[in-house]
Ligand binder design. Sequence first.
Ligand code: GTP
Ligand code: MG
Length: 181
Amino acid sequence: MVCADLLAFNVGEIKEVLDEFETDYFLMDTAGQMELFTMREASRAVIDVLGANNSMLTFLFDPVISSRPGGLVSLLLLFASAWFRFYVPSVSVLSKADLLELEDRNRVVEWSTDANALFDALTAEKATLDNQMGLELLKTLESMDIYRPLIPISAETFEGMDDLYNLVQQSFFAGEDLAPD
Ligand SMILES: Nc1nc2c(ncn2[C@@H]2O[C@H](COP(=O)(O)OP(=O)(O)OP(=O)(O)O)[C@@H](O)[C@H]2O)c(=O)[nH]1
Ligand SMILES: [Mg+2]
């Protein structure tokens, strides 16, 4: 909590330091516990000072939780909540993708691309109360603009970083590559 407040309090100074770097993008990691960044009003000020018009939200989907249809719906809800808070362009990332077998990873990506596939997977599960709730939640989520293919990324193998870079390029520069090489 103290760190979160200090970040907001000192963001002007942080921006001055960042402005000295000659780079096109900064990737900033915020606390995974959503109460500490997403659900604090000061975070809005941090984004505004750093430049809301030049910001993009990257939301990390846990690979193990995403592997179950109901788990993916839960994470989509969290993502919807974060996106709704800041309302800046966003990318959805399947983090630690190296932990999943290729078949499982492809299935999660398919669910994230096609709501009908996720709907079918939920329907195929036992008709428990949570699965029924998942179906109802999915209908709501489907009507929002939160469906986008998850980009599998791994900090172990570095796979997917190019895909993330390309998506950011597309969002800000319509795909024009800024890299010198
Ligand atoms: N296999 C694998 N492990 C990873 C990867 N990224 C991080 N880890 C490991 O996962 C563990 C937890 O790290 P993170 O998920 O980054 O956790 P954190 O950022 O400290 O916590 P949050 O506040 O939840 O973001 C550590 O042991 C990391 O080394 C990855 O891409 N692949
Ligand atoms: Mg983290």
